[in-house]
Design a protein around this ligand. Sequence first.
Ligand SMILES: [Zn+2]
Length: 174
Amino acid sequence: MKGSFLNSHNNSTLSKSDEQWMEHALSLAQKAWDMGEVPVGAVLVRDDIILGEGWNQSISLHDPSAHAEMLAIRQAGHHEQNYRLLNCTLYVTLEPCSMCAGLLVHSRIKRVVFGAPDYKTGCVGSLMNLLSDERLNHQVDVSGGILEAQCAEMLSSFFKFRRAQKKALKKGAD
Ligand SMILES: [Zn+2]
């Protein structure tokens, strides 16, 4: 885990923008697509250094908790040897679900930046906002809609592709 990618963003003097980190998260979402998983990617960053990366792998790992955010945060905890991830920002291509929003609170992450909203399961503004609930002992700053069009487009073309694939399979079976 102490591999070069963790430090690969260290040598730039200009700090990266939200859009640049979201582009990185999109490249991780592509890895999920390549594995036949719903394309969501996440990267956890502190001071322009990557602490963890993840992409959705629920199907491959037989694990309903293997969301991109979960895997990125687990990797960061390992790397930091700490279960609190203070002063970090998580970039994720899709609005986090209730499980991942809960995880963001538990890990004490400072800020989350997401791409596309998820009107069906999003818990960072769409259905509810777990991250600003003052009854919980930690709140997370949220910015949504960063590279929203690209993030949403990747998901909709994936589902379109999968529907076409299923259709073709069905046709072949007839
Ligand atoms: Zn999730």
